[in-house]
Design a protein around this ligand. Structure first.
Ligand SMILES: CC(C)(COP(=O)(O)OP(=O)(O)OC[C@H]1O[C@@H](n2cnc3c(N)ncnc32)[C@H](O)[C@@H]1OP(=O)(O)O)[C@@H](O)C(=O)NCCC(=O)NCCS
Length: 169
């Protein structure tokens, strides 16, 4: 799908467009946080860091189909290992799902990661999101570890999946 690209985005320029996208993707946001997207959700997308990381490790892209924002991707570089990229969120507008755009986006991310010398992609997926998990597994991600809810967490059981970057990515 050659009309799909990843465009770097920032809160200063793109906050309102990301809020609009997350409002369109209400189904997933409600599943994840229990309510529709708001400013705090978007701030979190741009600012929330995994343990031990700082905001300069975060990379944010819009998934563009031509001039339209079809989705967003957030990555933490160097988490959990120095040569890992942790995909914190990949979210498409429902109107753009199920047509291979996610597959194209992962191909683009794998290539970017390989060019940056990254060895592994990782992410966690909610147990409550079996379609999401089957997407990642079809893309070659495998079980890394279980990440059950803890008393301090948001109550979701998750699994962490990993993908080893290859020479031909
Ligand atoms: C998961 C997601 C990024 C995949 O992108 P996509 O363009 O829809 O995927 P593709 O068209 O390349 O592949 C289709 C597969 O994606 C998954 N998928 C399709 N629609 C989905 C949906 N509404 N929610 C979750 N996964 C979905 C299914 O595994 C589907 O395979 P199937 O048709 O055999 O069931 C996208 O569907 C999405 O944004 N879903 C909601 C948010 C989400 O679950 N993000 C992942 C969090 S870990």
């Amino acid at each position: 799908m050659s009309d799909i690209s990843l465009k770097p985005i920032s809160p200063a320029r793109d906050f309102d467009d990301v809020l609009d996208l997350t409002e369109r993707a209400r189904d997933y946001v409600v599943l994840e946080v229990g309510h529709p997207a708001n400013d705090a959700y978007v701030r979190d997308f741009f600012e929330a860091c995994p343990p031990g990381k700082t905001p300069d490790s975060l990379i944010h892209f819009a998934v563009m189909r031509g001039q339209e924002m079809a989705g967003i991707v957030g990555i933490a570089a160097g988490y959990e290992q120095p040569d890992d990229w942790w995909i914190g969120l990949m979210l498409l507008d429902p109107a753009y799902r199920g047509r291979g755009i996610g597959h194209t986006v992962i191909k683009l991310i794998r290539r970017l990661a390989r060019n940056e010398g990254i060895a592994m992609l990782k992410l966690s997926v909610l147990d409550a999101n079996p379609r999401g998990e089957s997407f990642w597994r079809r893309e070659g991600f495998v079980m890394h570890r279980a990440a059950p809810a803890t008393p301090e967490s948001d109550g979701h059981d998750r699994v962490v999946l990993r993908y080893q970057i290859r020479e031909d990515d």
